[in-house]
Design a protein around this ligand. Structure first.
Ligand SMILES: [Zn+2]
Length: 233
């Protein structure tokens, strides 16, 4: 008999094992399964020990799996979500509530890092949807007339650096209107505009005290005259 090298002996043994495995595959698999099923606790510990000892390898294996099964994983994720919408949403919500600060921080970091491209995107989106934005804005202004007036008045007050400009809210102004019965403080007609009793342009403030409801006619004819010069018709 020709003497064998270690390599040859090893190769022969491996070939024999493969042959044996191929022949008895089902029996071996069943035996292995029975061994694992006999003691799930031991099996879990064994798997965990393996994972802990092979962190990098496992990570790479998972990444590869995800990459190779990207579409299928997406589809099964969607399917799972559709079937479990309620519990998935609830658990996301709970997680968000427990980690709100983290989420905000992460969101802010992301936003800061992508500010330029986000602004660019927003600009493009706006340009592509200009008419829709205009229509939405119009609809909102029409159903929120009081807020619209308050916002416009505040903007003007800010431009003129009027005191009270950043204090006075829509609610304050609504309160002033209510106090005057929602009627023009000069002629008593239904009010349509907020009037600055001492005009902003003459140094009047945007504090609630200087704001009263007025009708369009009085508001326009008063213009920037202080009240003492108004001639009531
Ligand atoms: Zn009036």
């Amino acid at each position: 008999m020709v003497p064998q090298t270690d390599e040859e002996r090893k190769a022969k043994k491996a070939a024999r094992s493969r042959l044996y495995y191929a022949k008895h595959r089902d029996v071996i698999l069943a035996k292995n399964r029975a061994y694992r099923d006999a003691d799930p606790e031991r099996e879990r510990a064994r798997c965990k020990a393996y994972r802990d000892a092979n962190v990098e390898k496992e990570r790479a294996r998972h990444a590869l799996y995800r990459e190779e099964n990207h579409e299928a994983l997406l589809a099964s994720g969607r399917e799972y979500y559709e079937a479990n919408k309620g519990s998935v949403n609830a658990s996301h919500k709970a997680h968000y509530q427990d980690n709100t600060d983290d989420y905000r921080e992460r969101h802010k970091r992301w936003h800061d890092a992508h500010a330029d491209e986000q602004n660019e995107k927003a600009k493009l989106y706006y340009a592509d949807n200009k008419e829709r934005f205009a229509a939405n804005g119009k609809r909102w202004r029409e159903s929120n007339r009081a807020s619209t007036r308050a916002i416009a008045a505040r903007r003007r007050a800010r431009e003129l650096n009027s005191r009270g400009a950043s204090f006075t809210t829509t609610e304050h102004i609504a309160g002033r209107w209510l106090m005057w019965g929602n009627r023009c403080w000069i002629c008593g007609a239904p009010a349509t505009a907020s009037d600055h009793v001492i005009p902003l342009i003459l140094g009047g403030t945007h504090w609630p005290a200087n704001i009263r409801p007025s009708c369009t006619h009085c508001n326009c004819s008063k213009g920037s005259k202080p009240p003492i010069m108004i001639k009531v018709q």
